[in-house]
Write a protein that binds this ligand. Sequence first.
Ligand code: NDP
Length: 326
Amino acid sequence: MFKALVLEQEDRKTLTSIRQIDISDLPEGEVLVKVDYSSLNYKDGLAITGKGKIIRDFPMVPGIDFAGTVVESASDMLTPGASVILTGWGVGENHWGGMAEMARVKASQLVVMPEGLDARKAMAIGTAGITAMLCVMALEDAGVTPEQGEILVTGASGGVGSVSVSLLSKLGYQVAAVSGREQNTELLTALGAKKVLPRSQFSEQGRPMDRQLWAGAIDTVGSQLLANVISQINYGGAVAACGLAGGFDLPTTVMPFILRNVSLLGVDSVMCPQQRRTMAWQRLAELLPEEFYQQATQEVSLEEVPELAEAITKGQVTGRVLIKIS
Ligand code: NDP
């Protein structure tokens, strides 16, 4: 038996409970993993509170990411004792996830822990962190370099935002963080932001093409805010868009794309090919400074998750939330 957070649905409401589950009830997969840490991401918040239609089959164990140790493996790729990470692939959405002491998944969904990380650090990074790295890599691939000018990061005090600020700063970019929470200015500056701009500056409907201010941007918010960011990107610049914390619409025009050669780069971490994710994890292990793990993470127990899930959907969580499982 093992402990898990379980979601069920009753009268269209999602109910949470912590329960003992039999190992034989785990879904199919080649690898059984003892989970050490999971983490709380925005999508977990939507799943646990039922605010987003993330889960369709109940009961479900949430947790879109985890790090732990292989206990049993029917795959030649992984042997018992191996330290592994999982993010995405629909785990915690349509396959039981990481908010449990045990998980069973496909071998091809696991990444071997890179040198320099352990389960705790890996989940301080988590899905949000690998998404931030993939956004940085998208900007790099688009030819955005530190010499070209400042990079804007929206939703900066959230998970993806805070890791993005830290990574960009470590790579030598000048970072301008956009945040709706003035109280997080000190943290964002400590993570490497050169300036912190109020979210209100980007919230109202703006001109299709505004003053050119930024060489690139990482956007976790979407909607009007993203439209305003796009309108301020320099000629030839790029925006990596990965999130919808402010809404999934995009009220923009084609003008910045066709007159300023601006690129809008979509970033998804869930189905990201294995080779690129392995590269992203290696770079995260090398780049993230030790201070990141102290400054931008909090550790909670499984019992505290439902309350924090509510908070993350309201944009009230700062940095990353690590969940200690076993
Ligand atoms: P967080 O809640 O940790 O961060 C989101 C941040 O956005 C908040 O901290 C807040 O930052 C800002 N924010 C919240 N609500 C609003 C609002 N209504 N309007 C404007 N800004 C707002 O979430 P994550 O960092 O985990 O995820 C961020 C987004 O990225 C989510 O939409 C998530 O679904 C998406 N995502 C996508 C992935 C992919 O593969 N494409 C993977 C991971 C995440 P502040 O207070 O500083 O303004």
